[in-house]
Each structure stands twice: as C-alpha cells, then as structure tokens.
Design a protein around this ligand. Sequence first.
Ligand code: GBH
Length: 461
Amino acid sequence: PAPGLLLPALDLPPSFKWGVATSSYQIEGAVAEDGRTPSIWDTFCRVPGAVVGGDNGDVACDHYHRMPQDVALIKSLGVDTYRFSVAWPRVQPGGRGPANPAGLAFYDRLTDELLAAGIDPWVTLYHWDLPQELEDAGGWPNRDTAYRFADYAMLVFDRLGDRVRTWTTLNEPWCSAWLGYYVGVHAPGRKNFGDSIAAVHHLLLGHGLATQRMRAAATRETTFGITLNMGTADPATDTSADRDAARRADGMGLRIYLDPLRKGEYPADMVEDLAARGTAFPVRDGDLAVIATPFEVLGVNFYFGQDFSGTDEHGNTTDADGLPVVRAVLPEGPRTAMDWPITADRFTRLLVRLSRDYPDLPMVITENGAAFDDIADADGAVADADRTAYLAEHIAAVVAAREQGADVRGYFAWSLMDNFEWAEGYAKRFGIVHVDYATQVRTPKQSALWYRDTISRARGN
Ligand code: GBH
C-alpha cells in the first residue's frame, strides 16, 4: 500500500473518540522508586527463559521520568483520549493497606497534565501487574484477591474520580487467567487448569466488586467498563469435530466472560465441559449478581481471528490427557512480526456479533495495532507502510461494523510508542511512535502521522 494511503471519507459521528493506549509495566520503568514494590511481572522477568532476550521492565520507556514530554507527544497526535493503566504496586505496595502517597501523586500529575493538554484520561486499573505479595498469598485463584482489588480500586478512584470520567477495571482477564495460570507464558507462569478457572471467577468477581463500590462513591456521571481481548473462532472445516473445537475456543475465550457479565450466568455448555474435566467455577451465593453489575462500556481489544480444528496433525480427536483437541489454525495470508495473521474482515464480524449477542452495550476499541519489523533511519524515522495499512484496514472494519448496527464509539491504537511487549521483550515493536531505547528518543513513525491526519479528516477538517 502507498505511504499516503487514505481512507475513503469516514462515516463517523463527531462524538467518535480517537485515542492511543499504553500500560504501566510496559512503559513506566522506575520499578523500585517512590515506594513501588515488585509485581508478578518483575518476578517473572527474572525466570530464565521466560522473556525473550532476558528483557524486563526496569527501565522500559522511562515514562515515569518523562511523563510531561510524553503527554506533549500524545497531544501532538491530535487524539481525544489517552488510555493508561495504574500500577497497583506503586499505589498500594504489597497489595494491602493504605495508599502510597508518592505512587498516587504520579497518576495525579499525569491526569492533570492530560487535562491541561485537552486530552481525556481513560484509566485501566489492572493491566497485569499484580503485587507479588498477593501472588505469594495465592494470586487470582485465591478469592481474597478479588476483595483486595476492590480496595485498591477505591484508593485510585478516591484520588482521581473527580477528574477521570472513564474507568476500566481489568485488561484482558483471559490473558491473566489462561496465559498466566494455565499456559504459563505470562506472569506468574503457573500451569494448572483448575487454578486458571478459579482465576477467571475471581477476576470477574473483583471487577464486579470494584464497579459497585466506585459507582456508589461517584459524585458525577462516570463511565465504567471492562476490556476483553476477543477474536473470532471459526471451524477450520465443516466437520462436527472442528465445529465443536470452535465452540470450545469461543466458550473459553469470550462467552465465559461476557455471559456472566451480561447475563449473570456461566454458559451451560462450558460448565458441562469443565465438569467433564473434574473442575468448576468456584461460585458462591450472590457472586453472579455482583459480576453482572451493570456497566456502560465494553472495551474490545482485537488483533486477529483464528480457525479451530478438533483434530491434531495425526487426525486424533483427543490429546495425551484424553481431552478433546482444540487446535488453532491460523488463516492464510499476510502475517505481522508476531506471526499473527491479518484478518480485518473478521473484526467487522466480531463487532456485529457482539452487538447482537450482548445488546445494549456500547463498545470502544481499547486496543488494535500490530508489530512489524521496523527499520528506523539515523533520525529514528520509520516508513511503516505495513502498520499504516493494518490500522487503515481495521479502522475501515470498525466503520463497516457500525454500518451493520454495531454500537462502536471509539478507537484506540495500540500502542502510543514501542514498549515492553511482555514475553517478547523489546524485540517486538507495536508503537506508532518509535523509541530508541539507548537514548529514549521518541520519533513519530509514518503511521503516527497518518493516524493524526486520519483523525483530522474524520472530524471533517
Ligand atoms: C494485548 O494482549 C495486551 O493488552 C497488550 O498489553 C499487548 O502489548 C498487546 O496486546 C500486543 O500483544 O495466540 O492463543 O494467544 C493481546 C493478547 C494476543 C491474546 C492474541 C489473544 C490470540 C490467541 N492477545 N491472542 S493466542
């Protein structure tokens, strides 16, 4: 695609919000400053082999020390809103007890800096940096963590609730539960299926408890929500085994979150599947009503869709443990540097499906973007036509979904700048702004300039 790739006139209302997103551990650095204690990611990064290159978030983008300049950078992109996350171990070291004034003060300054720049702050309370002490006490599989999360949420809300209008409790609980406690490729790196199911329930419970308490404390109109990572799960072929594999993938990836959140019950087919595996969600009386606490916006993080097969490469339908095979088959076509396929058409389909299956729920795309093998010139400039094309196709997919009735009210590009990409370390770059980690110089990539122009055109300027 041409560097100057332009979208056809975007049919979006003036109220449509444009933003850029980051998360605390991925950009802040300063992990041992002003009273911050370790999170599960500080610990996990020290496990040999856990993170590519042995990288960690000790310095990251040094945003903690460069925040005012970073806000000026955000402003230069012409966005309406900035989505950032609050580091729990900065605000409440150890995950219990009183707030750490210096930790809260950082987010207070960030909020004021954003407002002064005319940028609306969008807070995520939990983007994966659980205080290590709470993991040592059992982590998300331990019910107590849900109550600790609600207490922490209130410390932040009490301080910022007078200025922050939009609050997301959790970012991608699927990643916390599945990748962190079952697959073990994210912190804390545990590999126990039953623990991951307990983690799902306690993450959702924590979301509900925090939402109830923040709403009760709100003194003005405030928008609450949760962000889920979602894809599409299609059967690889039309066999009953493949259709069943797609059902299970969709159940574990999407419905076990949205059904309790919106319908107050876990999906019956998934409860049955779990029973067959000798496990169950640890539901106590009243939990589902808490989890189904109303909220105003669903954050959708989309990267790609997948097909699923119910047979392995040898044609078996069960694995070594006797469990049904659920094998992801990546769609044909171009890939990003993560080796993720590019599936913008499935994005439209996902959004339309969400609007039908979970009605009366406004959506905002809280993350969408891609890593590519950027080549920066001596000035740090990057001609990332591939990323620009990815963003253009996916923004067009949002517009198409809206035309088919999906109530999508905003879009955040992931990410503002290159940052610590979790288990992939610094090698994978998702930023629309290039970061030279040796000097911490930030340089907008071509995609950032294109994004700025696209926003301006969407506003009719
Ligand atoms: C997001 O996670 C994170 O919120 C963000 O911090 C991160 O930097 C960004 O994306 C880029 O990775 O192949 O089985 O994992 C996205 C995580 C990636 C989870 C795609 C679902 C597909 C299924 N998602 N993944 S699998």
